[in-house]
Design a protein around this ligand. Structure first.
Ligand code: DLL
Length: 431
């Protein structure tokens, strides 16, 4: 079902006209209201923006810019007027803070209802939301969209897996929304409870917040007996609901009347033609609280404007195939190696030599192993002290990363040294 026919099947010329009018208005708005953009756009006037081509005159915005202007420096609205605040994980110091006005929350509900309908959800459906609720955007985003669509929400958050499954058996929701790795964990748990795929009421699984491959899709579909579709988004833009796969399972429609996409060469900033792989950059055309110009998502995709068999004219992006920075997404949680380094540098006894190894086991559960060298003098000390050091680092890392890594202390000078860029991360997942 197409939720909003006036925009989802709009013809390209009208779409571009709408986008350029919005961009012009946006430039005037952020110049007037955001202390950060006031400085950045000192030499640009709204009158310089007359078509979408003129977007190239605007500067890029990065996660660093958000963090350097923490908490409200980049906002275009005084914080008293903000209705809701969320955060993105994956930063060692200041979190990436995002705010929503009432109108932004309505926009979020709108793009999420388009996304849910695009996945095949109807107003008569019940949606089990097993994305986390809290400062993470997953739970609330799906929740708001489901309410606007008129569906019934079962707000479970993640965790309490057996309870999720018993409730599924009694309430029979047709839709499940969670990370793909959690879906597989639920499949495993359901199997261990003696359930067969035919005992499972979910027919559609809406999965995202972390990278997942076609192989993983096939596996989830087989184990849970669902149609598995991909949802993409990021807190800085709005949360989930930036783009969504339709029945064709051939790219995710990006709601470009409100989130204008470009794909650039991450090294040069040059805009790439259709179908070429590069970094996704998004401009939020209508947001109020924290609109962003040309935000560098660091996610690697290719984009196509070719017509889709579903009838939607909104462009499609491919599955996310990687990142242009060193951020790792493990079980939906964003992790930067710098966060790990920060903990190690503050732990007496640990040397600043480490290696992060990410593995995906047979049921696609990701795990992080961290090998840390200990200092010479610590090495000759008591076993007990080593254990204490290990426990201390694991505790710190769990607090900072929101995920418990497996830590292994190794002898001094055993990790490989490098003469160029250190290879700190070994990602064995081959996504
Ligand atoms: O993960 C928002 C979200 C929630 C999306 C629920 C989908 C479903 P952040 O925590 O800010 O927001 O993390 C954003 O996660 O830049 C990608 O690198 C990664 N990511 C999100 N969706 C996908 C996906 C939410 N479908 C970062 N495939 C993004 C691959 C994804 N990576």
């Amino acid at each position: 079902m197409i939720y909003n026919k006036t925009v989802e099947i709009i013809d390209k010329a009208r779409l571009e006209d709408l986008q350029s009018k919005r961009l012009k208005r946006l430039v005037a708005y952020v110049k007037n209201n955001s202390p950060y953009y006031q400085k950045q756009l000192a030499h640009i006037q709204a009158d310089d923006i007359n078509s979408m081509k003129d977007i190239s005159k605007l500067p890029f915005t990065t996660k660093e810019d958000l963090r350097n202007n923490y908490p409200y420096g980049i906002f275009s609205m005084p914080h008293e007027k903000i209705s809701e605040i969320h955060m993105s994980s994956g930063t060692a110091g200041n979190p990436t803070l995002v705010g929503y006005s009432r109108k932004d929350l309505m926009l979020w509900a709108e793009v999420m209802s388009r996304s849910l309908a695009c996945a095949g959800v109807h107003s008569s459906d019940m949606i089990q939301v097993a994305f986390g609720y809290g400062s993470f955007t997953g739970g609330f985003g799906v929740h708001y969209g489901a309410l606007k669509l008129g569906a019934t929400v079962l707000p479970m958050s993640s965790g309490q897996t057996r309870r999720q499954i018993t409730l599924m058996q009694s309430l029979k929701p047709r839709i499940l929304a969670c990370t793909p790795s959690y879906a597989l964990y639920m499949a495993e748990e359901a199997a261990s409870m003696g359930l067969k795929p035919s005992d499972i009421s979910w027919e559609i699984g809406i999965f995202g917040a972390e990278p997942w491959s076609e192989g993983m899709r096939t596996e989830i579909e087989k184990r849970l007996g669902v149609k598995a579709v991909d949802i993409y988004g990021l807190s800085e833009i709005i949360g989930p609901g930036v783009s969504m796969e339709c029945d064709e399972k051939n790219g995710m429609h990006i709601w470009s009347d409100v989130f204008y996409p470009e794909v650039i060469n991450p090294d040069t900033g040059e805009v790439l033609p259709d179908k070429e792989k590069g970094e996704l950059v998004i401009t939020t055309l209508t947001k109020q609280a924290i609109p962003l110009l040309r935000y560098r998502t660091r996610d690697i995709v290719s984009m196509t404007n070719e017509k889709c068999a579903c009838g939607r004219t909104m462009p499609r992006i491919s599955k996310i195939s990687g990142r242009s920075d060193d951020m790792l997404v493990v079980r939906g949680i964003n992790i930067f190696p710098s966060q790990i380094e920060h903990v190690l540098l503050n732990a007496a006894g640990a040397a600043p030599h480490y290696q992060i190894i990410v593995n995906r086991n047979s049921i696609y559960q990701d795990s992080i192993d961290i090998l840390v060298e200990i200092e010479e003098q610590m090495f000759s000390d008591q076993m007990k002290e080593m254990e204490q050091l290990e426990a201390k680092i694991v505790k710190e890392m769990t607090a900072v990363l929101n995920i418990t890594p497996k830590l292994k202390l190794v002898s001094p000078k055993t990790l490989p040294r490098s003469e160029g860029k250190a290879v700190r991360v070994i990602d064995n997942r081959k996504i």
